[in-house]
Design a protein around this ligand. Sequence first.
Ligand code: ADP
Length: 465
Amino acid sequence: MRVTYRLSMWLVAGNCLVLGGYGALALQREISTFRRTMERDTRSAGEALLLLAGERWREDGREAALAAIERSSKRHSELSFRWLDGDELRTELGGGLGEGGLGAPHFVRSPTHLRAFVPFAPPHGPPGALVVQKSLGRDQRYVRRSLARLGLTTLASILVSAALAAGLGQALVGAPMRRLVDRLQRVGGGELSERLDLDRRDEFGALGDAVDRMSASLEEARDRALREASERAAALGQLRHAERLATVGRLAAGVAHELGTPLNVILARAKLAQRQREQPEQVVAHTDTIAQQAQRMTRIVRQLLDFARADESRKAPCDLRELTQGCLDVLSSLARKRGVELVLVAEEGAPLLADATQLEQVLTNLVMNAIQASPSGGAVRVEVARAGDRVELIVSDEGPGVPPQLAERIFEPFFTTKDVGDGTGLGLPVAHGIVHEHGGTIELVESEAGARFRIVLPAREEVRG
Ligand code: ADP
């Protein structure tokens, strides 16, 4: 993680600067203190020796004093003493030394040694100086050790601070940052249902909450858009279907209207010809056929007109049980001819506000289909019942039923499985249109044997309860 890495680097650099600067200053101070101590010790050693040597000088003369100095020099391993006369001193220290000799102790430092020139005026003779020479080996070792200590301390501090910065940076910045980036990449890829739940009270927590809120609202917007798109597609489909039906309806109405008048004429003339006396038998048979077929065509035209439904429905209070009873009465002779029994099951009245003629049409279409599908000896059952604010009508038969693969198509206009001339494929679409116009539903429901159609219509309000 780059931020963590950079943070660590900056911390380490800052640490280096502070610790290094402080260490260098402390080292310098220590070295200068150490040097001053060393100069003071060297000078003190010289002065102490001079006390002793001065006394010898006075009592036993110069040679005895110099011998004492030499003996002292041999006894010390780190210090060596040597006497310098005025001239020798001048040669050693170079110019600048006045006639009165060295006024105060003087120090000369070389990389390996420290020399202290301690001035002394012997009782007899010119002033000179005792040179105390001290090896700087220890001094250098001390400086080297201090430098090493400083280096080690600084290095340890850098390592510790780098490790801390890396660890903390990783825990406090790196890890949440990685989760945020990962989450945002998933959001970009369309994965909106996950939540981050960082559970932190810092800026990352706030950022995580904001990302969670953002994905939630994006998810909501996407779901809404998908819902709207599918609703739009469904509405479009329905619109297209309705448009298609309307076109077919207009076409059917036009054809039916045009055919209606000539068909009436044909029927009227056929009937006229039938009434003529002394017709040859063959002619009577032909006119009979013409009249029958013309009647059939009139029925088809009637159905087409029903499907196109040019007429407005005129709703009035009526009772579904009575309508059904009337309809079954009309169809009973046809049923009898085919050996089919019609059964009405209706325990109570079923009040409606409906166009009675149109509902009769629906009932006729359903019961006719049921009779046609029934085997001889079978029964067609029509049940009328009230269910709360609805009225239910069920027409069931004992025929072969509707094959599942056709169930979806039976309400389509002109869909028929009957022979040409027997079916128009308009009975169920007409029933469907009328029922829907009355605010109800019609469907083919599952049954163990035969076909079973159920119609549900709103009951008449004022009678409810
Ligand atoms: P049509 O009766 O002129 O064929 P419909 O729209 O009334 O037109 O019916 C469409 C089709 O639905 C029929 O051709 C038939 O296949 C099927 N159908 C309708 N009622 C029944 C029924 N009671 N039993 C079996 N199939 C039926």
